[in-house]
Ligand binder design. Structure first.
Ligand code: TYD
Length: 203
C-alpha cells in the first residue's frame, strides 16, 4: 500500500539527504514538512544515544528499536499519518529502507524485513547513490563525533545492501505504485536539488 504525499530520501551516511530535505522544505514551506528517522521523540532519542556509542545492543535488538521508533513516526501523535491528513506533504530523512540496508549487515535480511512489513510504502523513494569513499570524506569533514556505522568497511556493506533493496523494489514497483528515483549524489547541491524538483514537478 502506498501512502500518498509521503516522500522518503534514503542513502548512506554523507550522501546529502538532510541538505536536500532542508532545501525542499525551504522552497515551499506551505506544502512540505520535514521529518526524520531516528525521530526526535523519546524512542528516537534513545536510538541516538546508541548510535553515538553510549551503549551497545545486539543488532537484532537494534532492528526492533528502529522499527518501534518508526511506528511512532508514522502512527504516533503528530506523526506522518496525522500530518498528511492535515494536508501536508511529508518528506522523511530515512525510512524502513535504512533498516533493510543497515541492520541487515549484521543480523541478516529476514528480521528487518519481518519487522518492517507492516509499514506503508511512500509515494516517492529517492535513493541518493554515492561511492562510500566520497560520502565518508564528507562525514569526516563535518565536526563532531562519529556514529557507530560511519566506518568505511561498514558503509561499503551497507551500500551493497541498499543497492539490492532498491533493485528488489524496482522490480515490484509497477504493482506497488511507489515511484523510485535514483539520484546521482556525487553532483553539486544545486544540481541534485534540480534533479529532485524535476521529478516532483511531474507529480
Ligand atoms: P542519520 O540520517 O545519519 O542522522 P544524522 O545525520 O543526524 O546523524 O541517521 C543516523 C544513523 O542511523 C545512520 O547511520 C543510519 C542509522 N539508521 C539505521 O541503522 N537504521 C535505521 O532504520 C535508520 C532509520 C537509521
Amino acid at each position: 500500500m502506498v501512502l500518498k504525499n509521503f516522500i522518503v530520501f534514503e542513502g548512506i551516511d554523507g550522501s546529502g539527504t538532510s541538505t536536500q530535505i532542508k532545501k525542499l522544505v525551504e522552497s515551499n514551506p506551505n506544502v512540505f514538512i520535514a521529518t526524520a528517522e531516528p525521530t526526535t521523540k523519546e524512542t528516537g532519542k534513545f536510538l541516538r544515544r546508541m548510535l553515538c556509542g553510549e551503549f551497545s545492543v545486539d543488532e537484532k535488538t537494534a532492528s526492533y528499536l528502529f522499527a518501534a521508533d518508526r511506528c511512532e513516526h508514522i502512527f504516533g501523535k503528530d506523526g506522518v499519518e496525522d500530518l498528511i491528513k492535515n494536508g501536508k506533504t511529508v518528506v522523511s530523512d530515512r525510512y524502513f529502507f535504512s533498516s533493510l540496508a543497515y541492520q541487515s549487515v549484521s543480523c541478516g535480511k529476514d528480521l528487518p524485513r519481518l519487522l518492517n512489513s507492516p509499514f506503508p510504502l511512500p509515494e516517492y523513494l529517492f535513493y541518493f547513490k554515492i561511492d562510500p569513499e566520497i560520502s565518508l570524506k564528507r562525514v569526516d569533514s563535518r565536526n563532531g563525533q562519529k556514529e557507530i556505522y560511519e566506518k568505511l568497511d561498514i558503509q561499503k556493506k551497507i551500500t551493497k545492501l541498499y543497492d539490492e533493496v532498491i533493485e528488489e523494489y524496482q522490480e515490484k514497483t509497477n504493482e506497488s505504485g511507489m515511484k523510485i528515483i535514483i539520484i546521482d549524489a556525487t553532483k553539486s547541491i544545486d544540481e541534485v536539488f534540480n534533479d529532485i524538483l524535476r521529478e516532483l514537478k511531474q507529480k
